[in-house]
Ligand binder design. Structure first.
Ligand SMILES: Nc1ncnc2c1ncn2[C@@H]1O[C@H](COP(=O)(O)OP(=O)(O)O)[C@@H](O)[C@H]1O
Ligand SMILES: [Mg+2]
Length: 434
Protein backbone atom coordinates (compact mmCIF):
# COMPACT_ATOMS: atom_id res chain seq x y z
CA UNK A 1 0.00 0.00 0.00
CA UNK A 2 1.65 3.24 -1.17
CA UNK A 3 0.80 6.88 -0.78
CA UNK A 4 0.22 8.23 -4.27
CA UNK A 5 -0.43 11.79 -5.40
CA UNK A 6 -2.82 12.32 -8.27
CA UNK A 7 -2.19 15.54 -10.17
CA UNK A 8 -4.87 17.68 -11.70
CA UNK A 9 -3.79 20.40 -14.12
CA UNK A 10 -5.86 23.50 -14.82
CA UNK A 11 -5.28 24.76 -18.37
CA UNK A 12 -6.46 28.33 -18.01
CA UNK A 13 -6.83 31.59 -19.86
CA UNK A 14 -8.83 34.55 -18.61
CA UNK A 15 -10.66 32.56 -15.92
CA UNK A 16 -10.17 34.16 -12.53
CA UNK A 17 -12.74 33.11 -9.99
CA UNK A 18 -13.50 29.45 -10.48
CA UNK A 19 -9.87 28.23 -10.24
CA UNK A 20 -9.49 30.07 -6.91
CA UNK A 21 -12.63 28.42 -5.54
CA UNK A 22 -11.67 25.03 -6.96
CA UNK A 23 -8.15 25.12 -5.50
CA UNK A 24 -9.24 26.40 -2.07
CA UNK A 25 -11.99 23.84 -1.60
CA UNK A 26 -9.76 21.05 -2.88
CA UNK A 27 -7.16 21.94 -0.23
CA UNK A 28 -9.76 21.93 2.52
CA UNK A 29 -11.13 18.55 1.51
CA UNK A 30 -7.84 17.01 2.74
CA UNK A 31 -8.50 13.92 0.68
CA UNK A 32 -6.95 10.59 1.50
CA UNK A 33 -8.77 8.03 -0.60
CA UNK A 34 -8.01 4.31 -0.72
CA UNK A 35 -8.14 3.07 -4.34
CA UNK A 36 -6.72 -0.19 -5.66
CA UNK A 37 -4.48 -0.78 -2.64
CA UNK A 38 -3.02 2.76 -2.63
CA UNK A 39 -3.93 5.82 -0.63
CA UNK A 40 -4.48 8.82 -2.86
CA UNK A 41 -4.06 12.48 -2.21
CA UNK A 42 -4.58 15.18 -4.83
CA UNK A 43 -2.55 18.13 -6.04
CA UNK A 44 -3.77 20.91 -8.30
CA UNK A 45 -1.46 22.92 -10.50
CA UNK A 46 -1.99 25.55 -13.17
CA UNK A 47 -0.55 24.35 -16.46
CA UNK A 48 2.24 26.53 -17.87
CA UNK A 49 2.53 27.43 -21.54
CA UNK A 50 6.05 26.65 -22.75
CA UNK A 51 7.96 24.82 -25.47
CA UNK A 52 7.49 21.07 -25.12
CA UNK A 53 9.22 18.01 -26.44
CA UNK A 54 6.80 15.54 -27.98
CA UNK A 55 8.62 12.80 -26.14
CA UNK A 56 8.50 14.38 -22.69
CA UNK A 57 6.14 12.85 -20.18
CA UNK A 58 3.10 14.58 -18.76
CA UNK A 59 2.85 14.91 -15.00
CA UNK A 60 -0.94 15.24 -14.82
CA UNK A 61 -3.53 12.52 -14.45
CA UNK A 62 -6.35 14.86 -15.41
CA UNK A 63 -6.43 18.25 -17.10
CA UNK A 64 -9.41 20.58 -16.98
CA UNK A 65 -8.94 22.55 -20.16
CA UNK A 66 -10.33 25.97 -20.97
CA UNK A 67 -8.14 26.89 -23.93
CA UNK A 68 -8.49 24.30 -26.67
CA UNK A 69 -11.22 26.08 -28.62
CA UNK A 70 -8.93 28.99 -29.46
CA UNK A 71 -5.36 28.44 -28.21
CA UNK A 72 -3.64 25.91 -30.45
CA UNK A 73 -0.41 25.48 -28.47
CA UNK A 74 -2.25 24.16 -25.43
CA UNK A 75 -4.57 22.09 -27.58
CA UNK A 76 -1.66 20.37 -29.31
CA UNK A 77 0.13 19.79 -25.99
CA UNK A 78 -3.04 18.16 -24.70
CA UNK A 79 -3.38 15.96 -27.78
CA UNK A 80 0.22 14.81 -27.32
CA UNK A 81 -0.43 14.02 -23.67
CA UNK A 82 -3.60 12.07 -24.43
CA UNK A 83 -1.93 9.97 -27.14
CA UNK A 84 1.46 9.47 -25.52
CA UNK A 85 0.79 9.66 -21.80
CA UNK A 86 -2.79 8.51 -21.35
CA UNK A 87 -3.90 11.88 -19.98
CA UNK A 88 -7.60 12.30 -19.25
CA UNK A 89 -8.79 15.74 -20.30
CA UNK A 90 -12.11 17.38 -20.46
CA UNK A 91 -13.10 18.07 -23.07
CA UNK A 92 -11.92 15.83 -25.90
CA UNK A 93 -9.79 18.25 -28.00
CA UNK A 94 -10.38 16.49 -31.35
CA UNK A 95 -14.08 16.59 -30.82
CA UNK A 96 -14.02 20.28 -29.88
CA UNK A 97 -11.98 21.06 -32.96
CA UNK A 98 -14.19 19.26 -35.42
CA UNK A 99 -17.72 19.36 -34.01
CA UNK A 100 -19.05 22.86 -34.28
CA UNK A 101 -22.60 23.96 -33.75
CA UNK A 102 -23.51 22.68 -37.21
CA UNK A 103 -22.50 19.10 -36.34
CA UNK A 104 -24.47 19.31 -33.12
CA UNK A 105 -27.63 20.24 -35.05
CA UNK A 106 -27.05 17.37 -37.47
CA UNK A 107 -26.42 14.92 -34.61
CA UNK A 108 -29.47 16.09 -32.72
CA UNK A 109 -31.59 15.68 -35.87
CA UNK A 110 -30.18 12.22 -36.57
CA UNK A 111 -31.14 11.20 -33.02
CA UNK A 112 -34.66 12.59 -33.48
CA UNK A 113 -34.42 15.76 -31.39
CA UNK A 114 -36.67 18.56 -32.68
CA UNK A 115 -34.09 21.05 -33.97
CA UNK A 116 -35.87 24.06 -35.54
CA UNK A 117 -35.63 23.94 -39.33
CA UNK A 118 -32.12 25.10 -40.24
CA UNK A 119 -30.26 25.70 -43.47
CA UNK A 120 -26.72 26.70 -44.33
CA UNK A 121 -25.72 29.44 -46.77
CA UNK A 122 -22.49 29.66 -48.76
CA UNK A 123 -20.64 32.78 -47.60
CA UNK A 124 -21.32 36.17 -49.09
CA UNK A 125 -17.61 36.93 -49.60
CA UNK A 126 -14.45 34.86 -49.99
CA UNK A 127 -10.76 35.06 -49.29
CA UNK A 128 -9.24 35.04 -52.77
CA UNK A 129 -7.24 31.94 -53.67
CA UNK A 130 -6.09 30.48 -57.01
CA UNK A 131 -8.79 27.80 -56.90
CA UNK A 132 -11.66 30.03 -55.91
CA UNK A 133 -12.71 31.36 -59.30
CA UNK A 134 -12.80 28.02 -61.15
CA UNK A 135 -14.55 26.34 -58.22
CA UNK A 136 -17.32 28.90 -58.01
CA UNK A 137 -17.67 29.26 -61.79
CA UNK A 138 -17.99 25.54 -62.25
CA UNK A 139 -20.09 24.56 -59.30
CA UNK A 140 -21.67 27.40 -57.35
CA UNK A 141 -25.38 27.68 -58.12
CA UNK A 142 -26.81 31.16 -58.20
CA UNK A 143 -29.64 31.56 -55.73
CA UNK A 144 -32.09 34.26 -54.77
CA UNK A 145 -31.78 35.00 -51.08
CA UNK A 146 -35.40 36.09 -50.78
CA UNK A 147 -36.53 32.69 -52.13
CA UNK A 148 -34.47 30.97 -49.45
CA UNK A 149 -35.99 33.26 -46.81
CA UNK A 150 -39.54 32.65 -48.05
CA UNK A 151 -38.97 28.91 -48.02
CA UNK A 152 -37.79 28.88 -44.39
CA UNK A 153 -40.27 31.54 -43.24
CA UNK A 154 -39.91 34.50 -40.89
CA UNK A 155 -38.98 35.21 -38.16
CA UNK A 156 -35.67 33.41 -38.30
CA UNK A 157 -32.18 33.69 -36.81
CA UNK A 158 -29.01 34.11 -38.81
CA UNK A 159 -25.93 32.87 -36.96
CA UNK A 160 -22.45 31.53 -37.72
CA UNK A 161 -22.42 27.76 -38.31
CA UNK A 162 -19.66 27.49 -35.69
CA UNK A 163 -20.64 30.39 -33.47
CA UNK A 164 -20.51 31.21 -29.81
CA UNK A 165 -20.99 34.15 -27.47
CA UNK A 166 -23.81 35.61 -29.60
CA UNK A 167 -21.26 36.95 -32.10
CA UNK A 168 -22.88 37.60 -35.50
CA UNK A 169 -26.34 36.42 -34.35
CA UNK A 170 -29.35 38.37 -35.57
CA UNK A 171 -33.11 37.90 -35.52
CA UNK A 172 -34.59 38.50 -38.95
CA UNK A 173 -38.19 39.37 -39.60
CA UNK A 174 -38.33 39.91 -43.36
CA UNK A 175 -36.57 39.80 -46.74
CA UNK A 176 -34.93 43.22 -46.38
CA UNK A 177 -33.39 42.40 -42.99
CA UNK A 178 -32.21 39.08 -44.42
CA UNK A 179 -30.44 40.86 -47.28
CA UNK A 180 -28.73 43.27 -44.87
CA UNK A 181 -27.64 40.54 -42.46
CA UNK A 182 -26.24 38.44 -45.31
CA UNK A 183 -24.29 41.44 -46.65
CA UNK A 184 -22.87 42.01 -43.17
CA UNK A 185 -21.93 38.37 -42.64
CA UNK A 186 -18.93 38.77 -44.99
CA UNK A 187 -16.75 35.66 -45.13
CA UNK A 188 -18.58 33.78 -42.35
CA UNK A 189 -20.59 30.70 -43.19
CA UNK A 190 -24.03 31.26 -41.73
CA UNK A 191 -27.03 29.22 -40.72
CA UNK A 192 -30.57 30.42 -41.07
CA UNK A 193 -32.75 28.90 -38.40
CA UNK A 194 -36.46 29.19 -37.83
CA UNK A 195 -37.14 31.14 -34.68
CA UNK A 196 -38.81 29.24 -31.86
CA UNK A 197 -41.59 31.69 -31.10
CA UNK A 198 -43.24 32.12 -28.77
CA UNK A 199 -41.33 30.20 -26.11
CA UNK A 200 -42.28 30.19 -22.46
CA UNK A 201 -39.06 28.72 -21.03
CA UNK A 202 -35.42 29.05 -22.06
CA UNK A 203 -33.12 26.68 -20.21
CA UNK A 204 -29.37 26.35 -20.13
CA UNK A 205 -28.65 22.84 -19.03
CA UNK A 206 -25.06 22.57 -17.84
CA UNK A 207 -23.55 19.09 -17.85
CA UNK A 208 -20.41 18.01 -16.01
CA UNK A 209 -19.87 14.28 -16.47
CA UNK A 210 -23.17 12.68 -15.44
CA UNK A 211 -24.25 15.71 -13.40
CA UNK A 212 -26.54 18.34 -14.89
CA UNK A 213 -28.14 21.54 -13.67
CA UNK A 214 -30.98 23.26 -15.46
CA UNK A 215 -30.91 27.03 -15.20
CA UNK A 216 -33.74 29.27 -16.36
CA UNK A 217 -32.22 31.78 -18.75
CA UNK A 218 -33.50 35.20 -19.75
CA UNK A 219 -31.84 36.25 -23.02
CA UNK A 220 -33.42 39.72 -22.87
CA UNK A 221 -31.89 40.60 -19.47
CA UNK A 222 -28.58 42.46 -18.98
CA UNK A 223 -25.59 40.10 -18.92
CA UNK A 224 -25.41 39.71 -15.14
CA UNK A 225 -29.11 38.77 -14.91
CA UNK A 226 -29.39 36.27 -17.74
CA UNK A 227 -28.93 33.22 -15.53
CA UNK A 228 -32.00 33.71 -13.36
CA UNK A 229 -32.05 32.61 -9.73
CA UNK A 230 -35.34 30.77 -10.12
CA UNK A 231 -35.59 27.23 -8.86
CA UNK A 232 -38.46 24.74 -9.23
CA UNK A 233 -39.56 26.18 -12.57
CA UNK A 234 -39.54 22.81 -14.32
CA UNK A 235 -41.91 19.90 -13.86
CA UNK A 236 -40.09 16.67 -12.92
CA UNK A 237 -40.84 15.38 -16.44
CA UNK A 238 -39.31 18.41 -18.15
CA UNK A 239 -36.29 18.36 -15.83
CA UNK A 240 -35.66 14.72 -16.59
CA UNK A 241 -36.10 15.24 -20.34
CA UNK A 242 -33.53 18.07 -20.35
CA UNK A 243 -31.17 15.98 -18.24
CA UNK A 244 -31.41 13.12 -20.74
CA UNK A 245 -31.05 15.46 -23.75
CA UNK A 246 -27.92 16.98 -22.24
CA UNK A 247 -26.31 13.63 -21.48
CA UNK A 248 -27.21 12.44 -24.97
CA UNK A 249 -25.44 15.23 -26.83
CA UNK A 250 -22.52 15.47 -24.43
CA UNK A 251 -21.74 11.77 -24.51
CA UNK A 252 -22.28 11.57 -28.28
CA UNK A 253 -19.51 14.12 -28.79
CA UNK A 254 -17.25 12.92 -25.98
CA UNK A 255 -17.74 16.13 -24.01
CA UNK A 256 -17.76 16.02 -20.21
CA UNK A 257 -18.49 19.70 -19.79
CA UNK A 258 -20.99 21.45 -22.01
CA UNK A 259 -23.93 23.77 -21.79
CA UNK A 260 -27.06 22.97 -23.80
CA UNK A 261 -29.64 25.61 -24.63
CA UNK A 262 -33.22 24.59 -25.28
CA UNK A 263 -36.44 26.56 -25.70
CA UNK A 264 -39.90 25.30 -24.83
CA UNK A 265 -41.98 26.40 -27.78
CA UNK A 266 -45.59 26.05 -28.80
CA UNK A 267 -47.23 22.79 -27.65
CA UNK A 268 -44.62 22.29 -24.96
CA UNK A 269 -41.91 20.88 -27.25
CA UNK A 270 -38.29 21.47 -26.16
CA UNK A 271 -36.15 22.55 -29.14
CA UNK A 272 -32.38 22.47 -28.93
CA UNK A 273 -31.01 25.73 -30.36
CA UNK A 274 -27.41 25.72 -29.13
CA UNK A 275 -25.94 22.46 -27.89
CA UNK A 276 -22.31 23.12 -28.74
CA UNK A 277 -20.68 25.08 -25.93
CA UNK A 278 -17.85 22.78 -24.91
CA UNK A 279 -16.05 25.52 -22.99
CA UNK A 280 -19.08 26.80 -21.08
CA UNK A 281 -19.28 30.10 -19.30
CA UNK A 282 -17.88 29.43 -15.82
CA UNK A 283 -17.67 32.97 -14.53
CA UNK A 284 -19.15 34.04 -11.23
CA UNK A 285 -20.24 37.23 -12.97
CA UNK A 286 -22.71 35.24 -15.08
CA UNK A 287 -23.40 32.19 -12.92
CA UNK A 288 -23.40 33.85 -9.44
CA UNK A 289 -26.19 31.90 -7.60
CA UNK A 290 -25.30 28.74 -9.59
CA UNK A 291 -21.54 29.18 -9.31
CA UNK A 292 -21.08 26.98 -6.19
CA UNK A 293 -22.89 24.14 -7.96
CA UNK A 294 -20.41 24.37 -10.83
CA UNK A 295 -17.42 24.29 -8.49
CA UNK A 296 -18.75 21.29 -6.58
CA UNK A 297 -19.67 19.42 -9.77
CA UNK A 298 -16.23 20.13 -11.25
CA UNK A 299 -14.46 18.93 -8.10
CA UNK A 300 -16.50 15.73 -7.90
CA UNK A 301 -15.98 14.81 -11.53
CA UNK A 302 -12.29 15.71 -11.76
CA UNK A 303 -11.43 13.95 -8.48
CA UNK A 304 -13.31 10.84 -9.60
CA UNK A 305 -11.55 10.85 -12.98
CA UNK A 306 -8.12 11.35 -11.38
CA UNK A 307 -8.71 8.77 -8.63
CA UNK A 308 -9.54 6.04 -11.13
CA UNK A 309 -7.16 7.33 -13.79
CA UNK A 310 -10.08 7.35 -16.15
CA UNK A 311 -8.99 6.88 -19.76
CA UNK A 312 -10.51 8.41 -22.83
CA UNK A 313 -12.43 6.09 -25.11
CA UNK A 314 -10.16 5.93 -28.15
CA UNK A 315 -12.88 7.03 -30.51
CA UNK A 316 -16.45 8.19 -30.58
CA UNK A 317 -18.77 5.27 -31.05
CA UNK A 318 -22.03 6.40 -32.64
CA UNK A 319 -23.38 3.00 -33.73
CA UNK A 320 -25.34 2.29 -30.52
CA UNK A 321 -27.02 5.72 -30.68
CA UNK A 322 -28.05 5.12 -34.28
CA UNK A 323 -29.50 1.72 -33.41
CA UNK A 324 -31.76 3.42 -30.89
CA UNK A 325 -32.55 6.24 -33.32
CA UNK A 326 -33.62 3.71 -35.95
CA UNK A 327 -35.73 1.66 -33.56
CA UNK A 328 -39.47 1.89 -33.13
CA UNK A 329 -39.20 3.37 -29.63
CA UNK A 330 -41.19 6.53 -28.92
CA UNK A 331 -39.13 9.74 -28.70
CA UNK A 332 -39.04 9.98 -24.89
CA UNK A 333 -37.91 6.37 -24.59
CA UNK A 334 -35.20 6.95 -27.17
CA UNK A 335 -33.87 9.82 -25.07
CA UNK A 336 -33.80 7.57 -21.99
CA UNK A 337 -31.98 4.92 -23.97
CA UNK A 338 -29.36 7.43 -25.21
CA UNK A 339 -28.94 8.63 -21.63
CA UNK A 340 -28.43 4.97 -20.68
CA UNK A 341 -25.42 4.84 -23.04
CA UNK A 342 -24.17 8.09 -21.50
CA UNK A 343 -24.49 6.69 -17.99
CA UNK A 344 -22.34 3.73 -19.00
CA UNK A 345 -19.74 5.98 -20.57
CA UNK A 346 -19.65 8.29 -17.56
CA UNK A 347 -19.77 5.31 -15.13
CA UNK A 348 -22.56 7.10 -13.31
CA UNK A 349 -23.21 4.38 -10.73
CA UNK A 350 -19.55 4.06 -9.80
CA UNK A 351 -19.26 7.86 -9.70
CA UNK A 352 -22.21 8.22 -7.35
CA UNK A 353 -20.86 5.52 -5.03
CA UNK A 354 -17.46 7.22 -5.05
CA UNK A 355 -18.98 10.59 -4.14
CA UNK A 356 -21.09 9.10 -1.36
CA UNK A 357 -18.11 7.28 0.09
CA UNK A 358 -15.27 9.76 -0.32
CA UNK A 359 -16.72 13.19 -0.97
CA UNK A 360 -19.60 13.34 1.49
CA UNK A 361 -17.97 16.33 3.20
CA UNK A 362 -17.65 18.35 -0.01
CA UNK A 363 -20.95 20.22 0.23
CA UNK A 364 -20.37 21.30 3.82
CA UNK A 365 -16.83 22.50 3.06
CA UNK A 366 -17.96 24.33 -0.03
CA UNK A 367 -20.84 25.93 1.89
CA UNK A 368 -18.38 27.16 4.52
CA UNK A 369 -15.86 28.42 1.99
CA UNK A 370 -18.46 30.39 0.07
CA UNK A 371 -19.03 32.41 3.24
CA UNK A 372 -15.38 33.45 3.70
CA UNK A 373 -13.49 36.64 2.90
CA UNK A 374 -11.34 34.63 0.49
CA UNK A 375 -14.45 33.72 -1.49
CA UNK A 376 -15.62 37.31 -1.57
CA UNK A 377 -12.19 38.44 -2.69
CA UNK A 378 -12.29 35.89 -5.54
CA UNK A 379 -15.62 37.34 -6.66
CA UNK A 380 -14.19 40.85 -6.48
CA UNK A 381 -11.16 39.84 -8.58
CA UNK A 382 -13.43 38.70 -11.40
CA UNK A 383 -15.56 41.84 -11.14
CA UNK A 384 -12.42 43.98 -11.29
CA UNK A 385 -11.41 42.16 -14.48
CA UNK A 386 -14.72 42.90 -16.19
CA UNK A 387 -16.31 46.06 -14.83
CA UNK A 388 -15.32 49.74 -14.77
CA UNK A 389 -13.77 50.84 -11.49
CA UNK A 390 -16.79 52.80 -10.30
CA UNK A 391 -19.03 49.73 -10.59
CA UNK A 392 -16.76 47.24 -8.85
CA UNK A 393 -18.17 47.61 -5.35
CA UNK A 394 -21.82 47.45 -6.40
CA UNK A 395 -21.38 44.44 -8.64
CA UNK A 396 -19.23 42.60 -6.12
CA UNK A 397 -22.08 43.00 -3.62
CA UNK A 398 -24.66 41.85 -6.17
CA UNK A 399 -22.86 38.62 -7.02
CA UNK A 400 -21.79 38.01 -3.43
CA UNK A 401 -25.36 38.52 -2.27
CA UNK A 402 -26.58 35.89 -4.71
CA UNK A 403 -24.01 33.37 -3.46
CA UNK A 404 -25.16 34.07 0.09
CA UNK A 405 -28.74 33.50 -1.03
CA UNK A 406 -27.61 30.10 -2.35
CA UNK A 407 -26.08 29.38 1.07
CA UNK A 408 -29.30 30.23 2.85
CA UNK A 409 -31.33 28.00 0.55
CA UNK A 410 -28.78 25.20 0.86
CA UNK A 411 -28.77 25.31 4.63
CA UNK A 412 -32.58 25.24 4.64
CA UNK A 413 -32.44 22.25 2.29
CA UNK A 414 -29.73 20.22 3.94
CA UNK A 415 -29.15 21.66 7.40
CA UNK A 416 -25.71 22.92 6.39
CA UNK A 417 -23.96 25.34 8.67
CA UNK A 418 -26.08 24.40 11.67
CA UNK A 419 -24.59 26.13 14.67
CA UNK A 420 -22.69 28.69 12.60
CA UNK A 421 -23.76 32.28 12.13
CA UNK A 422 -25.68 33.08 9.00
CA UNK A 423 -23.82 35.48 6.75
CA UNK A 424 -24.77 39.10 7.19
CA UNK A 425 -25.55 39.69 3.53
CA UNK A 426 -27.81 36.65 3.23
CA UNK A 427 -30.70 37.18 0.86
CA UNK A 428 -28.69 39.36 -1.46
CA UNK A 429 -27.85 43.00 -1.58
CA UNK A 430 -29.04 43.99 -5.00
CA UNK A 431 -28.27 47.68 -4.75
CA UNK A 432 -26.82 49.05 -7.93
CA UNK A 433 -28.36 46.37 -10.10
CA UNK A 434 -28.90 47.54 -13.68
N1 LIG B 1 -33.99 29.29 -33.30
C1 LIG B 1 -34.02 30.24 -32.35
N2 LIG B 1 -35.21 30.61 -31.81
C2 LIG B 1 -35.27 31.58 -30.88
N3 LIG B 1 -34.18 32.23 -30.40
C3 LIG B 1 -32.97 31.91 -30.92
C4 LIG B 1 -32.83 30.89 -31.90
N4 LIG B 1 -31.53 30.78 -32.21
C5 LIG B 1 -30.89 31.70 -31.47
N5 LIG B 1 -31.74 32.38 -30.69
C6 LIG B 1 -31.40 33.48 -29.75
O1 LIG B 1 -30.11 33.98 -30.08
C7 LIG B 1 -29.18 33.71 -29.00
C8 LIG B 1 -27.83 33.32 -29.59
O2 LIG B 1 -27.96 32.18 -30.43
P1 LIG B 1 -27.10 30.87 -30.17
O3 LIG B 1 -27.46 29.84 -31.20
O4 LIG B 1 -27.24 30.45 -28.76
O5 LIG B 1 -25.65 31.42 -30.51
P2 LIG B 1 -24.29 31.41 -29.64
O6 LIG B 1 -23.64 30.11 -29.96
O7 LIG B 1 -23.55 32.56 -30.19
O8 LIG B 1 -24.66 31.51 -28.19
C9 LIG B 1 -29.84 32.61 -28.18
O9 LIG B 1 -29.42 32.65 -26.85
C10 LIG B 1 -31.31 32.97 -28.32
O10 LIG B 1 -31.65 34.04 -27.45
MG1 LIG C 1 -25.93 30.23 -27.16
Amino acid sequence: MANVTRKIGLSLGADVCWPIAYEAIMRQLKLSIPVGGDTLDFEVERVRIEPFDLGQSCRYDVVIDRLTHWYNTSREWIKKAVILDGLYVFNNPWSIQSMEKHSSYCAAMRLGLPVPETLLLPPKEYETSPDLQPTLERYASMFKLSDVGDKLGYPMFMKPYDGGGWVGVSRIDGAKALETAYDESGKHVMHLQKSVEPFDLFVRSVGLGPQTRQVLYDPSAPLHDRYTQKTDFLSPDDASLLHDMTLTINSFFGWDFNSCEALRGPSGVWSPIDFANPCPDSQVTSLHFHFPWLIEANLRWSIFCAAHRRTKPHNLNWGPYYEIADSELPYREKLSAYAGIANELYETEKFEEFCAKHLSHLEEISWEWFGTDAAKDAVRQKVVALYPENEVEDFTEIFWGRIQKWRVLESARGGKGAGTNEPGTAGGNEKGQA
